[in-house]
Structures are given as structure tokens and as C-alpha cells.
Design a binder for this molecule. Structure first.
Ligand code: PBG
Length: 343
């Protein structure tokens, strides 16, 4: 057997000849120099905290698929809003788990001015006026089938859904919501919501469009949180974007901006950093990511098992959003990160 001896030519180039004396490790050599050249930073101002609301009083329910996340009655949510405001978290995004008896084919309960989502907004705004409230106007927490739209003969009907979502947005604004965030992906919803808000004098209520919401497996734990997982038949592919597509996401965002969206959101987050970067480069508008339930639970589960350092993975994932071009992130980690950044 021949043994292979690597050649060492007399004229081998030194590393400095190879790199032209450029050595990127120079600035990585110490903590101070790494801090000095750090390009992106995560601060508490980047965080939006999604919370789950339930009926009743003094109730806090565990969500098994989302360790550390709870469904809270409105009084509890007010206390958590106070805590969030003290931590400096700029805004909350509220999601209801609606009593099963109040869910129906069209999600009509979304048009109840005193439904749980509007009651939560009123209570939080009264107690903690300095925190921003973002409300989702999708129908899925209110429908008996878990879809984001009105279901007629097996079809999610677009225009009827848009009319209902726009009416619901006005009620949410009247309750004190600062930002309406439609997550249903119906065509024309942004323009219809803008018109409805303006017609009712809510010129200052902004719209954060879930512009690029992909049909995704990462929403699983959220469906447990709001109780739609047992209800949903089929999938949401007739209205959410195919996760194979990127140009289509840009077209959605372009359309939503033309219709009056103030901000764009990409959802899910980490598997879609390429979309975030494209949107930021293309449109230069405030851009957000939703680090969704499945992303949260994966990090939590691996951390709890000791397979990864959960805290470090959490911070790394959030900073990745900043690097990709995000102005902020909706994340269930918000209070945990805020505490950590403070300490
Ligand atoms: C639907 C909606 C979804 C989420 C928030 N609103 C997706 C879905 O259930 O299809 C997901 C949030 C998450 O996974 O954290 N309007």
C-alpha cells in the first residue's frame, strides 16, 4: 500500500499572501472589539407579545404544547400588560380562545362589540394606556370550523368574509385597538378595512398586514391554544401562500401596501428570513416577523431536554430577525427576553 504524502511545494503561499493581509479574525479577538463592530442588536423595543385570552375571572390555563405560555382571563391579562409595560415592551397582540357555544359557521360573534377580544382591549387600555394593542381580525377563533373565513358549500368565500372582517375591525378600533392586524389573507381586506376605519373616524388606527402568511405546519401549538385544532377540517391552502413561493409573497406585500397597509408582517418567522429580507429591500417599510407557536415550542422543547441551550437559541433566533431586516418581532418569548435584557 502506498502512503499518500501531501506535497509541500517550496513556493507555497503564506496566509497573508492568500488573504492579501486581510484577517477578519482581528476584530473578533476580544469581547470589546466584537461589541464595537456588532451590526445588529435586539432591544426590548423590538418586541410584541402575543397573549391568549379566555373568559372568566382569575383564570390562568396551561397550554401543554407551549410551555410557559398561558391562556388568561381579562383581569390576569391586565396584570400581565402592566408587567409588560414596566419591562418596556411596546405592544401586545391579543388572541381569544372563544367558548365553543359562541362559535358558528360564519364567526358571527366577532361582530359582538362586547366579545372577549374587545373586552380585553378596553380593560387593558383603561389600566395601561401606554402599551400598544394589536388585534387580529381573522375569524378562526370564532368559527365552528376553525377557518379564517366564512365557509359556504365547502368554499371560503372571499368578499363576504372581507365585509365581516372590516366591520369587526371597526368594533376593535372602537374598543381601543391601536393596530388592526388582519391574518386571514382574503383578497382586498386591507383596502376594505382602511375604508371602514376612515369612514368611522379611526384615521389614526394603523394596519399591520399579515401580508405574507404561509400555509405552514408551524401553527400547530397555536391551534391548541385557541381551541381550533379539533375543529379544522382540511387545510388553509386556498387562502394562505404556498410555502414554496417567494415572488407571490412580494406581490401580496405590494398589493397590501397599495391598499393602505402601514406595516408588513411575515409569518412564520425563522424559516422565512429570505422573505423578510426581500420585502425590506423592496419596500423599505416597517417590517415585522411573527415567530410562531411551533418555532417557540421547538426551542422550548429542545431546551427543556438539554439538547440545546434554550436561552441562547432564543436570543440567536430573535437577533436573526433583526439581521434579516425586521423592525420588530411578535414572539411568545417577549417577557422572558425583556427580563433578560434588563438584567
Ligand atoms: C389564524 C392565525 C394563525 C396564527 C395566528 N392567527 C394561524 C392558523 O391557525 O392557521 C398562528 C400563530 C402561531 O402559530 O403562533 N388567523
Amino acid at each position: 500500500m502506498n502512503k499518500f504524502t501531501p506535497a509541500k511545494p517550496a513556493g507555497a503561499r503564506s496566509v497573508d499572501e492568500i488573504t492579501g493581509s486581510r484577517r477578519l479574525r482581528r476584530m473578533r479577538k476580544a469581547d470589546w472589539s466584537r461589541r464595537l463592530v456588532q451590526e445588529n442588536r435586539l432591544t426590548v423595543d423590538d418586541l410584541i407579545w402575543p397573549i391568549f385570552i379566555i373568559d372568566g375571572e382569575n383564570r390562568r390555563e396551561v397550554i401543554p404544547a407551549m410551555p410557559g405560555v398561558y391562556r388568561m382571563s381579562v383581569d390576569f391579562a391586565v396584570k400581565e400588560a402592566e408587567r409588560a409595560a414596566k419591562l418596556g415592551i411596546p405592544a401586545l397582540a391579543t388572541f381569544p380562545n372563544v367558548e365553543m357555544g359562541l362559535r358558528d359557521q360564519t364567526g358571527a360573534h366577532i361582530l359582538e362589540p362586547d366579545n372577549i377580544i374587545n373586552r380585553a382591549t378596553r380593560a387593558i387600555k383603561a389600566a395601561v394606556p401606554e402599551i400598544g394593542i394589536i388585534t387580529d381580525v381573522a375569524l378562526d377563533p370564532f368559527t365552528s370550523h376553525g377557518h379564517d373565513g366564512i365557509l359556504r358549500d365547502g368554499v371560503i368565500v372571499n368578499d363576504e368574509t372581507v365585509a365581516q372582517v372590516a366591520a369587526a375591525a371597526v368594533l376593535q378600533a372602537a374598543a381601543g385597538s391601536d393596530i388592526i392586524a388582519p391574518s386571514d389573507m382574503m383578497d382586498g381586506r386591507i383596502g376594505a378595512i382602511r375604508d371602514a376605519l376612515d369612514d368611522n373616524g379611526f384615521h389614526d388606527v394603523a394596519i399591520m398586514s399579515y401580508a405574507t402568511k404561509f400555509a405552514s405546519a408551524f401553527y400547530g401549538p397555536y391551534r391548541e391554544a385557541i381551541g381550533t385544532q379539533g375543529l379544522l377540517k382540511g387545510d388553509k391552502k386556498t387562502y394562505y401562500i404556498d410555502h414554496a413561493n417567494s415572488d407571490e409573497a412580494v406581490r401580496e406585500a405590494e398589493q397590501d401596501l397599495a391598499e393602505g397597509a402601514d406595516m408588513l408582517m411575515v409569518k412564520p418567522g425563522l424559516p422565512y428570513l429570505d422573505i423578510i429580507r426581500r420585502l425590506k429591500d423592496e419596500f423599505r417599510v416597517p417590517t415585522f416577523a411573527y415567530q410562531v407557536s411551533g418555532e417557540y415550542s421547538m426551542i422550548k422543547a429542545a431546551g427543556a431536554n438539554g439538547w440545546i441551550d434554550g436561552e441562547k437559541a432564543m436570543l440567536e433566533s430573535l437577533l436573526a430577525f433583526k439581521r434579516a431586516g425586521c423592525d420588530g418581532i411578535l414572539t411568545y418569548f417577549a417577557p422572558e427576553v425583556a427580563e433578560m435584557l434588563k438584567g
